[in-house]
Every structure is written in structure tokens, then in C-alpha cells.
Design a protein around this ligand. Structure first.
Ligand code: T5A
Length: 208
């Protein structure tokens, strides 16, 4: 049985990752291909509990502790959900993965990038394709305000932090062009979805 493809969606707050993850998983299902849509932090009952701790605005974490919590949640998610699905031939679409730790805890909070890469190596799974939705922090802020939900711990961080995160995602995409594709996310939702489908067809050879 062929292993499934592992596709991740990355980018700053409100860039449209959840929207596009849903659409992409829908395209797989419509083509009759087995697909699992999941997210980080989270994706297992224990990792969803870690997510609640990470997003709680009433808590404060040191950058290192925060990095390790993301790593703990990811180790669970990979071992219990993502890797078994891929090995069973199911394609996995994941809303955020290890690049988020490099961008947020590394570029954003100043954690050592080499140490974060070592943690990713311990977890030991890399995506086949990463779609990085690129959106200016000011537009992210506008979208989140329009959505109107209360801000979680990350959404309360300031514009300078989100500018570093955006620069981080751009740098990561430039460092791994064979895996990553930067997608302008300010475009209309359907156009962004079209670019994503084109990338999946061209890079993974799938007929969606
Ligand atoms: N985090 C996560 C780390 O710091 N390190 C890590 O290692 C990991 C894995 C997760 C937080 O954890 C941090 C990063 C995050 O802050 P979250 O709530 O899952 O928290 O945060 P996000 O992933 O940013 O989720 P959001 O829902 O806020 O953003 P999305 O998923 O990018 O955006 P989406 O699809 O929900 O859309 C947001 C709004 O914009 C509209 C949608 O309808 C929605 O209202 N929209 C568009 N509007 C105009 N044009 C388009 N093209 C649009 N696409 C969507």
C-alpha cells in the first residue's frame, strides 16, 4: 500500500489556514481519495489539553517551556494520529506543524532555531508539501477583528512580534523551496484555494 502524502498549511494569524485546510481536504474527498484533516497544537485528546494551556491568556510560559509544550503535543499527534494515517495510505492535511514552532517560538520569541530543529528531528516526521499563506500582520488583525471572537494568548502579542513571525515564515519557505510554497493570502478565498490545488497537482502528481 502506498504511503499517504503529508501536507501542512502554515502562516500567521487569520491567514486562512483553517479555511483552506477544509477546502483541500474536501477536494481530496471529492476525488475519492482517503484524507484526514487535523490541526496543531492538538489533534489528540491529550494534545488538545496542551493546546488549551498554550492558548490560555491567563497563563504565561517562558519561550523554552512553550517550545517544549508544542513539541510534546506534536510528538503525541505524530505518533498516535499522523504517522499511522500516512502508513495506512491516508493523505493528511494539517493546519500548522513544525514550521509554526520555528516561526513563532524561534523567529518570534527568540528561542534557538537549532534547538527547535533538534526537537523536530526527535519527532522525526517532515511534511511532503507545505503551503505558507503569506498575509501582512495588519490584514490579519483586520480579519480577526471582523471575526469578533475573543483573542487567545498569541493573538494578544503585538505587531512587531507578528512582523517577525511573517519574516520567519518567508525565510523558512525560501530555505526549503522543494518543500514549501509561499502563497499570497490576501487574495480572494477561491483564488487562494486554486493556487493550493495547482501546487498539490504539480508537486505531488495528484489529480484533484
Ligand atoms: N502556535 C502553533 C505556535 O506558536 N507554535 C506552534 O508550533 C503551533 C503549532 C494556534 C496558535 O498556536 C500558535 C500559533 C497560533 O497563534 P489557532 O487558533 O489555531 O491557534 O490560530 P490560527 O492557526 O492562526 O487560526 P485562525 O483561525 O486564527 O487563523 P486561520 O486558520 O489562518 O484563518 P481562518 O481560516 O480561520 O480565517 C480567519 C478569518 O478570515 C476569513 C475567514 O472567513 C475567517 O473569518 N478568511 C478570509 N477573508 C478574506 N479573504 C480570504 N482569502 C480569507 N480566508 C479566510
Amino acid at each position: 500500500m502506498a504511503r499517504g502524502w503529508f501536507i501542512t498549511l502554515e502562516g500567521g494569524e487569520g491567514a486562512g489556514k483553517s479555511t483552506q485546510a477544509r477546502r483541500l481536504a474536501g477536494a481530496f474527498a471529492a476525488a475519492g481519495l482517503p484524507v484526514l484533516a487535523t490541526r496543531e497544537p492538538g489533534g489528540t485528546p491529550a494534545a488538545e489539553r496542551v493546546r488549551a494551556l498554550l492558548l490560555d491568556p491567563a497563563l504565561a510560559w517562558t519561550p523554552l517551556a512553550e517550545t517544549l509544550l508544542h513539541g510534546a503535543a506534536r510528538a503525541e499527534h505524530v505518533a498516535r494520529v499522523i504517522r499511522p494515517a500516512l502508513e495506512a495510505g491516508t493523505h493528511v492535511v494539517c493546519d500548522r506543524f513544525a514550521d509554526s514552532t520555528l516561526a513563532y517560538q524561534g523567529y518570534g520569541l527568540g528561542c534557538d532555531l537549532g534547538a527547535i530543529a533538534t526537537l523536530a528531528g526527535l519527532i522525526g516526521l517532515a511534511p511532503d508539501l507545505t503551503l505558507v499563506l503569506d498575509l501582512a500582520p495588519a490584514e490579519s488583525k483586520r480579519r480577526l477583528a471582523a471575526r469578533g471572537a475573543g483573542a487567545d494568548r498569541y493573538e494578544r502579542l503585538g505587531t512587531a512580534f507578528f512582523a517577525r513571525v511573517q519574516d520567519g515564515f518567508r525565510a523558512l519557505a525560501a530555505q526549503a523551496p522543494e518543500r514549501c510554497l509561499l502563497i499570497p493570502a490576501a487574495e480572494d478565498e477561491t483564488r487562494v484555494a486554486g493556487r493550493i490545488l495547482d501546487a498539490v497537482r504539480a508537486r505531488l502528481g495528484l489529480s484533484l
